[in-house]
Design a protein around this ligand. Structure first.
Ligand code: NAG
Ligand code: NAG
Length: 179
């Protein structure tokens, strides 16, 4: 009886571990699998079309730059939100992070949808943000015509960082509207 009980616990624990390993994807993932270039581009272009802005194209040069920066952050062990900085390069740049999870796991397309939540904060009439809207205005900036993203993971592959760079860098000052 008691040995039956114990093996049951072991089986349950084993199943639970299998489930955790699958759902929480602790295996190594290629950065490009988190970036999902086609979907990331498609989500950006839907968001741009909604305000009448021409689509972006994927730019391999820009994507390679974003991935180099992602690799550099990964090597430096930058995992904390408060430690993350922009790369300070020649491009516009959005960065997002999110945990591995069963649904809406952080990725290029999910990052773009996350930045879209800032849309209500942007007032086109005054060209001002209430609260944060700079990630949104970067996505819809008509001065940018191409995009490239990279990614890295930390905390045993459970935290996913997405870095998207935009070329040309938008002007983004008080007098220049994104569209
Ligand atoms: C991609 O980016 C590079 C470097 O910033 C730039 O020279 C090139 O014109 C871009 N290509 C496209 C298609 O936008
Ligand atoms: C970009 O938006 C600005 C501000 O509305 C507009 O003046 C300009 O003509 C637009 N440029 C393009 C290429 O659509």
């Amino acid at each position: 009886m008691s040995s039956y009980g114990r093996s049951f616990v072991v089986v349950v624990l084993t199943l639970f571990c299998l489930f955790l390993t699958q759902a929480y994807g602790l295996r190594k993932v290629k950065p490009i699998d988190d970036v999902q270039p086609k979907k990331t581009l498609a989500v950006h272009n839907q968001i741009r079309a909604a305000v009448g802005v021409a689509p972006l194209v994927w730019n391999e040069t820009v994507a390679a730059y974003a991935q180099r920066y992602a690799n550099k952050q990964a090597r430096a062990g930058i995992c904390q939100f408060s430690d993350m900085r922009h790369s300070g390069g020649p491009y516009g740049e959005n960065i997002a992070a999110g945990w591995v999870q069963p649904k809406d796991q952080m990725s290029g397309p999910i990052a773009a949808k996350f930045w879209l939540t800032e849309k209500p904060n942007y007032d086109h009439a005054t060209n001002k943000c209430k609260d944060v809207c700079g990630h949104y205005t970067q996505m819809v900036a008509n001065q940018s015509s191409s995009l490239g993203c990279g990614s890295f993971r930390c905390h045993d592959n459970e935290l996913i960082w997405i870095v998207c760079d935009y070329y040309p860098m938008p002007v983004g000052d008080a007098n220049t509207r994104p569209y």
